[in-house]
Design a protein around this ligand. Sequence first.
Ligand code: BDR
Ligand code: CA
Length: 313
Amino acid sequence: GCSIIIDTDPGQDDAVAILLALASPQLDLLGITTVAGNVPLALTSRNARIVCELAGRPDVKVFAGADAPLKRPLVTAEHVHGKTGLDGITLPAPTMPLQPGHAVDFIIETVMSRPAGTVTLCPLGPLTNIALALQREPQLAARLQQIVLMGGGCFEGGNITPAAEFNCYVDPEAAKLVFASGVPITMVPLDCTHQALTTPARIAAIRALGTPLAETVACWLEFAERFDEAKYGQQGGPLHDPCVIAWLLAPELFSGRDCNVEIETDSALTLGMSVIDWWGVSGRPRNAHVLGGVDADGFFALITAALARLGGR
Ligand code: BDR
Ligand code: CA
């Protein structure tokens, strides 16, 4: 088993990642922390609770975190995720409460009170909360088992600017701090997620489960897909964030290598770019395991089976 905290800005793909974790008994989800990203914090905090309730898990602890990046105004992505962040189907407002207290305090208290090396952080949005926690508690880095994050890109270029991936672009200072923290990092960049495409056949397989939950997921994926198809000129949009959870559950579905990764924070042109030394030409220390490939059919089979386990909700 593996104890995890999911830090997230839902987002349809974040939502599927949360569902995958909730459906997987190998993972002990200690809590969900929310951050401003795809949409502002009030909406990501609302959406995280909607997802827990959809899964029949109103007991999950959800903590709100940072409402803006460390040093910059928030950039959002309603053009991808819709006004609510979870567009595609109309869902009831959540009734489960947000936990009192700040996400950063929850992360610190949870990691510091558990045995060293037993908690994995799974950031699926801008890295603001993670950076704040590492800054505030200098012992945190040494106590973490690892950080498995979705962000950045190597050969794929960017998706919010030509150079930068959204999560690294929104809070580049936070991303820089995380990659410099010394914590073992597994990085899921666009190179990996752009292989995990929501084709019509894969969405149909989810819908065919025939449950309200599966229908909801199918509607979410279709919503995000419309945007991505226009953008990338192919059928099927990338299902980014669930790759983080899938890596923990089935690492054999992925390939990757240990690389040096640095984040650009100064250049206006390439702000938030992840400079990944895939070929090992820099001689700089290898601070991240970077995933470059995924068995997409295996990945979607994992997700579909997980949604089936969550049952008839
Ligand atoms: C990342 O940006 C967000 O829009 C997605 O949820 C994902 O975390 C992809 O660049
Ligand atoms: Ca996300």
